[in-house]
Ligand binder design. Structure first.
Ligand SMILES: [Zn+2]
Length: 249
């Protein structure tokens, strides 16, 4: 799945990839047709869920750092993670928005690139850094477009992973702020997660989700809980500033 290097970033990526493998192993006794994830967002979310437990405390426990930074460092860590996890969400949504418009014929070939940048601006608030030639095909730079891999799964996974993490932390009896919680070593959390993974796709995704979280609906509020200290900090920094990028959103 990956040509791995020993970097902090790839330490998270290997958790992501192994999430796929542990899911596959969990549902491998299901009948053939049920050997898959509850929906494709689930498959992308499992390893990321586990990676949210890579806290400084956990790194100390496994001997990868000597000291646990005090809580004053949390804002920096949360900001770095938010630039990854939250900044991704609008991109995760717009890739298939573009693709579905292409497949439906709503966007014609001569407008493929223009429509791409319209969505980039609408959802992400970013523009091309230079004027793009009319025959440019910037969507092709994203592997999943020429590779024909669905992309909404990553949008879903970025919501689900925080929902899973929050629930698993509750099961593990965590009393720390959610961003400081690691489920490492909690047999109860592992058992609850595995019970959902073992279902494969023998149940609907709503049933699978409810089996773990008690609720059969996706709920992005766990993201807000996780980043709550950062939100407070950002609100202070952005006082008296006008944020946003477009009149028509
Ligand atoms: Zn993946």
């Amino acid at each position: 799945k990956m040509c791995i290097q020993k970097t902090g970033e790839e330490f998270a990526v290997i958790h992501h990839e192994l999430g796929h493998n542990y899911y596959q192993r969990a549902y491998n006794t299901q009948p053939l047709l049920y050997r898959g994830s509850a929906n494709d967002g689930f498959h992308e979310a499992i390893g990321d869920t586990i990676a949210l437990s890579i806290t400084p405390k956990y790194l100390k426990e496994i001997g990868l750092v000597d000291t646990v930074p005090d809580a004053s460092n949390d804002i920096g860590m949360l900001l770095k993670l938010a630039l990854d996890k939250i900044a991704f969400v609008p991109f995760g949504l717009m890739v298939d928005q573009w693709r579905w418009k292409v497949f439906s014929g709503e966007v014609k070939p001569e407008d493929y690139n223009k429509a791409w940048w319209e969505l980039r601006e609408k959802y992400q608030g970013v523009m091309a850094p230079v004027e793009r030639p009319v025959d440019a095909f910037d969507p092709g730079a994203k592997y999943h477009v020429p590779g024909n891999t669905p992309y909404t799964r990553y949008f879903l996974a970025h919501i689900l992973q925080f929902q899973f993490h929050k629930t698993l932390c509750e099961i593990a009896g965590n009393t720390d702020p959610i961003h400081r919680c690691s489920i490492y070593g909690s047999a109860e959390a592992g058992k609850a997660l595995n019970a959902m993974l073992e279902m494969g796709k023998s149940k609907t995704w709503q049933e699978a989700l409810a089996s773990l979280t008690g609720k059969g609906e996706m709920d992005a509020s766990a993201i807000l809980d996780y980043f709550a200290p950062l939100k407070t900090w950002l609100d202070e920094q952005n006082q008296d500033r006008t944020c946003g990028w477009s009149q028509n959103i």
